[in-house]
Design a protein around this ligand. Sequence first.
Ligand SMILES: [Ca+2]
Ligand SMILES: [Ca+2]
Ligand SMILES: [Ca+2]
Length: 159
Amino acid sequence: MRNTSALAGSLAPRLALLALAAAAAATAVPLLAQPPEGGPGRGPGGPGGMDPVQMIMRADLNGDGKVTREEYVKSQFDRLDHNKDGVIDSKDFAEMQPDMAERMKDRVMRADANGDGKVTPDEYAAAAGRMFDRFDTDHDGVITKEEAEAAVAKMRAGQ
Ligand SMILES: [Ca+2]
Ligand SMILES: [Ca+2]
Ligand SMILES: [Ca+2]
């Protein structure tokens, strides 16, 4: 019967690994599961091809259908900080597709409040927070899909 404990001993690390893999898969799913289902409002969408509503709702990290200010700012910052050095600067844009970088750069670098060429999380939070307020039309601190859709429609109409 000493076999059992030996077996258990060798299984434990593997189980831990499995649990890790499962956790990783679980967090990956909401991102991958975003439907390429060709719903209504899925038009040409411009060169980026990304629906702005989807871009906003991708920030919904815990998948409860609402985007908090924190989720909104963090998900965008993390995506823009390509090299993960904690700031957004020209190095990050250098790693993006050129046309994408060009479009993003002007917009993002406007958040560089002290003009040192780097956007820190604080600087980005201040700038993105203003966008967040525009989307959160009932000011309850979360953006719902309906609010995102309404805000995007309004912005389009205003252009
Ligand atoms: Ca960076
Ligand atoms: Ca700065
Ligand atoms: Ca709201």
